[in-house]
Design a protein around this ligand. Structure first.
Ligand SMILES: [Zn+2]
Length: 78
């Protein structure tokens, strides 16, 4: 698919692609350049505790990685 960049540098992401990825207006995208190619991907927040990218669970809309989840499970109940 060929898209043109407008005068302000914007490109429209096709509606079908937005729907496939569940993207809504205002959603953040990660934009990267590597070897002459621009990629855009939905931004996913990392672990709320360590910032790691490998999210194993979501609680109260906060991402938690597997390592932090195991540490939380081992916390003695007060
Ligand atoms: Zn973590």
């Amino acid at each position: 698919m060929i898209k043109k960049i407008d005068n302000l540098g914007r490109v429209v992401v096709p509606k079908g692609y937005r729907q496939m990825l569940g993207l809504k207006p205002g959603d953040p995208l990660d934009v990267d350049v590597e070897a002459g190619t621009i990629t855009m991907s939905p931004h996913r927040d990392g672990c709320v505790f360590c910032g790691g990218p490998n999210v194993a669970a979501v609680y109260s809309r906060k991402n938690i990685c597997g390592d932090c989840l195991e540490r939380i499970k081992s916390i003695p109940i007060a």
